[in-house]
Design a protein around this ligand. Structure first.
Ligand SMILES: *Cc1c(COP(=O)(O)O)cnc(C)c1O
Length: 395
């Protein structure tokens, strides 16, 4: 290989040596409770397909209907080629679902943070307050802003209050951004306290509700609904790649906020819109959520069941408050062995290691879905028990 490119194989080899090179499995089936890998069936405990909508026939039917009518591609960025009516239809439906005045549809959840954060707090005089466990897309969005980023200790309201106080004289715009649900531990941001502190200090509140969308609140309306904070959270950022089962991001809030983002946010000005199949499938997801709470209730009862059973066997499931079920193993190498042994027994559950989680807290993160049956979850529990005993993690 040409000398200037040698770093590629060198760094990849170093990752392999350190056990940090990830194997990416190929799925030969749709996402669902079970998936096919190398011709075999595995119980799926990896996906964010919370409600099992990834392969729902109602989404597929809507995609067929809309692609017959509107084709596939959006043609160019919305501000130049015009926006297509399905995108507007989805924005109206999302705003109504979330109880917000307006919403803008964005290409992905990752992109939604790039849309909101540098646009609202981008100047060198601005400040961004960011939880220390915020998602990588929030960290990258902060890097795209010229603002000074002030990290506060994870969900530590005393630390946040202190940092707000220390910066009370700063004249620029101030924005606080937090994950709604923290994806590796499943704990929920202390949003009521955050909103109180931000209101006192004149700080804009933005919450990235990626893991709360379709999960928290009445019928999955999200974290703002969960805490009944309607009208007090300035920006709700979300994704449609998790519970909605598709792809796409969003930001919801006041009409003027959405108008501002449409005119100023660089991902809206310089990147084309979601495709029609994405938009159509998302429309079907919102309709399903609006019609019934059944799937959301099933998700929570499945999560509660799995947590209760794993805890009863002696596993450490940390302090999750949501269906996300971390099973703490400790060392990265042990977590990888645990995951490999689960795989041999027909359970697909990836090990999560440093730098995604702190050293010494490597884990298997079990993601339940409304698509799992009780038998599926019993099967999972049996395999966890078998591996846990074999490795001496439980007795
Ligand atoms: C998953 C996730 C994202 C990324 O969403 P995509 O739609 O997959 O790009 C952004 N923020 C948080 C907090 C997430 O958990």
């Amino acid at each position: 290989m040409a000398v200037p490119m040698k770093f590629l194989s060198e760094e990849l080899d170093a990752m392999k040596q350190a056990g940090l090179y990830g194997t990416i499995r190929t799925l030969e089936s749709p996402q669902g409770a079970w998936v096919h890998i190398d011709g075999k069936k595995y119980l799926n405990l990896c996906s964010n397909n919370y409600l099992g909508l990834c392969n729902d026939p109602r989404l597929v039917a809507k995609v067929k209907e809309y692609t017959d009518k509107y084709g596939v591609g959006p043609g160019a960025v919305r501000t130049i080629a015009g926006t297509m009516s399905p995108h507007i239809e989805l924005e109206k439906k999302l705003a109504a679902f979330k109880g917000a005045e307006a919403a803008i549809v964005i290409q992905s959840g990752f992109c939604a943070n790039l849309t909101v954060i540098p646009t609202l707090a981008g100047g060198a005089d601005d400040l961004i307050f960011s939880d220390s466990l915020n998602h990588a897309s929030i960290i990258d969005a902060c890097r795209l802003s010229k603002a000074k980023v002030i990290r506060y200790e994870h969900s530590d309201m005393a630390d946040l209050a202190k940092k707000l106080e220390e910066n009370s004289a700063v004249k620029g715009r101030k924005l606080l951004i937090t994950d709604g649900v923290f994806s590796m531990d499943g704990d929920i941001a202390k949003l009521p306290e955050i909103v109180d502190l931000c209101e006192k200090n004149g700080v804009i509140v933005a919450v990235d509700d990626a893991h709360g969308e379709g999960v928290l609140g009445r019928g999955g309306r999200g974290i703002v609904d969960h805490f009944n904070l309607h009208g007090r959270v300035d920006v709700e950022i979300g994704t449609m790649s998790k519970a909605f089962g598709v792809m796409g991001g969003m930001a919801a809030g006041s009409t003027v906020l959405v108008d501002y983002l449409r005119q100023k946010a660089r991902p809206n000005l310089f990147s084309s819109a979601l495709t029609i199949p994405d938009v159509a499938a998302n429309l079907a997801s919102v309709e399903i959520l609006q019609e019934s709470e059944t799937l959301v209730k099933k998700l929570w009862s499945n999560g509660d069941f799995l947590k209760k059973e794993l805890k009863a066997m002696g596993f450490d499931t940390a302090h999750s408050e949501t269906p996300i079920t971390p099973v703490i193993i400790g060392e990265a190498s042990d977590a990888k062995v645990f995951s490999a042994k689960l795989f041999e027994r027909g359970v697909f559950a990836t090990a999560i290691v440093f730098p995604t989680v702190p050293r010494g807290t490597a884990r298997i993160r079990a993601m339940v879905s409304a698509a799992h049956s009780e038998d599926d979850l019993r099967f999972a529990v049996e395999q966890f028990a078998s591996v846990g005993r074999e490795m001496g993690i439980i007795s």
